[in-house]
Design a binder for this molecule. Structure first.
Ligand code: SF4
Length: 426
């Protein structure tokens, strides 16, 4: 977060409370800054159905990468048939996408905003228990969340009959053991149950058969952190924050050899060029932008000519990539694309859960070919073999989205920088 950007409650719902000294906002300060008022309003004045309708109407989409409507996802939870039935709200804080660190900032700076979002979401879907599934390496975040949960219990926001509303909710923190695939919601559920983190067959979907076979909803940290401001300020205000058809704001950023790498809360619809030039302050001296990925290692590369695209889900997807996490990565002119893609594919091959053959065997094969091309010992049919492997790892050919995400940077690198691959052939 850049101190020089003026963040206001009216325009920066996610980040306006952040202190300039970057210290964690604990519960008293959070309450002094309008904190927990949305939750108090909801449990005393609204029904769960009201909150679902409000969030649906706000247009909030999941910020974990898929961009699915949050209100719609909540409305897929079945009706309660048995008053004793447990249902779960899971917060996906397993942020392992290379180049992405937006959820970590929300956790470390504003843990109570996240907890309030969890409480509102749990109230909406009538969940009685929640788990935050936190990336294990986020040790500082773990300490902060544990303390924040204790504070929320102490202040009466978590527990039985919360604020005399009749709503009961317990919240637990679970740290993952460090696997990328745990970010996939059904693998996350398996991991939480103590099983190997393989994605599950769908259907049944988690809404009907999730954690320990009970109705379960999984939402990302940034998604949940949006909910308090929507409940407090309404949908019209939220929609007007954006410059595009995607509503609200988004944490977006640029990393790589830019002058001012970082993450900022920005309206949907801002162009990538504005983020690069006005916030990241352009490329470092002597370097030029060769390519960029819009939102994480598993998104297709773009080139300079895509910089004026609006940063929103549909525009980026129509142009051939994915908004993903919206934390863009800049590739400068000194980087060889084969070498870069080799590095990315090594990561994805290592993180394959091994459940299905094309992903388990195909990704290491890709790594092997890229290794020979990188060392200029490739064979004449290597590029064709890479393209064939990409087809066998495309959407619908594997069990989850890991493999299609893994080949996105490879396919786009071949498309835009084919000569660099050809240069690797003996
Ligand atoms: S695509 Fe890869 S990560 Fe996904 S289930 Fe298959 S082997 Fe596992």
């Amino acid at each position: 977060m850049n101190n020089k950007i003026v963040r206001m409650e009216e325009t920066h719902p996610l980040t306006w409370r952040i202190r300039d000294d970057k210290k964690t906002i604990w519960i008293k300060e959070y309450c002094n800054k309008n904190g927990y008022n949305a939750f108090k309003k909801a449990i005393h004045q609204n029904t769960p159905e009201d909150i679902i309708s409000l969030v649906k109407e706000s247009g909030l989409k999941g910020r974990g990468g898929a961009g699915f409507s949050t209100g719609l996802k909540w409305s897929l939870m079945p009706n309660i048939t048995n008053n004793q039935e447990h249902r779960y709200l899971l917060c996906n804080a397993d942020e392992m996408e290379p180049g992405t660190y937006k959820d970590r900032l929300l956790i470390e700076y504003l843990p109570h905003q996240l907890i309030e979002g969890i409480l509102l979401s749990a109230f909406a879907i009538k969940a009685t228990r929640g788990y935050i599934f936190l990336r294990g390496e986020y040790v500082k975040g773990e300490h902060i969340l544990r303390q924040a949960i204790q504070e929320a219990i102490h202040f009466g926001y978590i527990g039985c009959n919360i604020l005399n509303s009749g709503f009961n909710f317990d919240l637990f923190l679970h740290t993952g053991a460090g696997r990328y695939i745990c970010g996939e919601e059904t693998a996350l559920i398996n991991s939480l149950e103590g099983r190997r983190a393989n994605p599950r067959f769908k259907p049944p979907f988690p809404a009907t058969f999730g954690l320990w076979g009970k109705p379960t909803c999984v939402n990302n940290v940034e998604t949940l952190s949006n909910v308090p401001s929507i409940v407090l300020n309404g949908t019209n205000w939220y929609k007007k924050l954006s410059k595009s058809s995607d509503t609200g704001t988004k944490l977006m950023g640029f990393s790589g050899k830019v002058k001012n790498p970082g993450v900022w809360e920005l309206p949907f619809g801002i162009s990538a060029r504005e983020i690069l030039e006005d916030y990241a302050l352009g490329m470092q001296s002597g370097l030029s932008l060769k390519a960029w990925q819009p939102g994480g290692a598993g998104t297709d590369f773009f080139t300079q000519k895509h910089l004026d695209l609006s940063m929103d889900f549909s525009t980026i997807s129509q142009a051939g990539s994915r908004l993903g996490t919206a934390l863009a990565m800049a590739v400068d002119n000194q980087i060889n694309m084969v070498s870069l893609v080799h590095n990315i594919e090594k990561f994805f091959a290592r993180e394959s859960c091994g459940l299905c053959t094309p992903c388990r065997d195909g990704l290491p094969w890709i790594v092997k070919i890229l290794h020979t091309l990188k060392n200029k010992k490739g064979q004449s049919n290597d590029i064709e073999n890479l393209e064939r492997l990409c087809i066998s790892l495309s959407p619908g050919k594997t069990f989850c989205a890991h493999a299609p995400g893994a080949i996105a940077p490879l396919q786009s690198a071949i498309k835009y920088f084919r000569s660099e691959f050809e240069n690797g052939i003996l």
